[in-house]
Design a protein around this ligand. Structure first.
Ligand SMILES: NC(=O)c1ccc[n+]([C@@H]2O[C@H](COP(=O)([O-])OP(=O)(O)OC[C@H]3O[C@@H](n4cnc5c(N)ncnc54)[C@H](O)[C@@H]3O)[C@@H](O)[C@H]2O)c1
Length: 285
């Protein structure tokens, strides 16, 4: 159990006011870490501050947009002034921006927006926090939120998938550079997880709900705590020899590949002709 004792550690979670980021912040705080949150949304920042303070956690919640380099610089200054070091950086912010459309119809502005919210800030924040991560080494670590969409083809989400895949390459390359300093760099790739951004359970029609238990091998969509479990492991000494890795948190979705379970429980990789779940993109009539 002492391997999961985070007392004395300082963790920064970007976008920690909601969804997966908030679950990670909660888990780290429960293990005794001091938690810093950079959150763009004022109400979510206030809500997570009240929650963490109510739990008796040491926390610093800063309203900031991590895509803005000036705000990221002052974030680093605030962490330095208060804690002098950073043991765990979680680059959690990311968003598909609801852009689900054929690549041919996507625009330069949309690619730029997807880059800013999914990859550029990972460079920006990690770069700014590096001196503080070095101050906490050996044993400090960076964890970034990727997606299963960065590991498989994502029709109608080409640019989002490309930037999430970029997180994997960032992770591997930086892990090589920082390994000799005993700073580990890893990523987490989630399948669809119920959060403020992805309100999946609500979006599945009532008559389609019975399909969900056989949609993934583990029979349900993700919960923010699922990703938080991986984030605890990666930040802990249990993962002392793990770096450059992207951990799948996907209920077995990628293992299943093209296989699907039919209504009667048998498995098939043939087309299933039934009105299951929801579809993306225009329907062919
Ligand atoms: N939910 C899923 O199904 C899913 C699946 C795969 C990967 N992911 C990845 O996991 C991460 C978290 O996803 P989520 O679903 O919890 O997202 P979310 O939108 O529910 O929560 C993200 C939080 O970040 C904040 N935020 C957004 N932009 C910000 C910015 N520029 N600066 C500071 N804070 C900002 C938001 O206000 C929000 O509180 C993302 O990187 C996402 O791509 C999510």
């Amino acid at each position: 159990m002492t391997l999961l004792d985070f007392r004395g550690k300082v963790a920064l979670i970007t976008g920690g006011g909601g969804g997966i980021g908030r679950a990670i912040a909660d888990a780290y705080a429960q293990l005794g870490a001091a938690v810093v949150i950079a959150e763009r949304d004022a109400q979510r920042a206030q809500s997570v501050r009240e929650y963490l303070e109510g739990q008796g956690a040491e926390c610093l919640v800063i309203e900031a947009d991590v895509t803005d380099s000036k705000q990221v610089r002052s974030l680093a200054e605030e962490v330095e002034a208060r804690f002098r070091k950073l043991d765990i950086l979680v680059n959690n912010v990311g968003d598909s921006l609801g852009l689900v459309k054929p690549f041919a119809d996507s625009s330069e502005d949309e690619w730029d927006s997807l880059y800013a919210i999914n990859l550029r800030h990972v460079f920006l924040v990690t770069h700014a926090m590096l001196p503080l991560l070095r101050a906490a080494a050996p044993g400090s670590s960076v964890i970034s939120l990727s997606s299963v969409e960065g590991l498989r083809g994502y029709p109608l989400g080409v640019a989002y998938a490309a930037f999430k895949a970029g997180i994997g390459a960032f992770t591997k390359s930086l892990a090589c550079e920082l390994g000799p300093e005993q700073i580990r760099v890893n990523a987490i790739a989630c399948e669809t997880t119920e959060t403020e951004q992805i309100q999946i359970v609500k979006s599945v029609k009532l008559e389609h709900q019975p399909y969900v238990p056989r949609w993934f091998p583990l029979g349900r969509y993700g919960r923010p705590e699922d990703a938080a479990g991986a984030a605890v492991y990666l930040a802990s000494d249990l993962a002392a020899w793990v770096t450059g890795d992207t951990i799948l948190v996907d209920g077995g979705a990628l293992a299943q590949g093209g296989w699907r379970q039919m209504r009667d429980g048998r498995w098939t990789n043939s087309p299933i002709i039934e009105d299951a779940h929801r579809g993306y993109g225009p329907a062919k009539t």
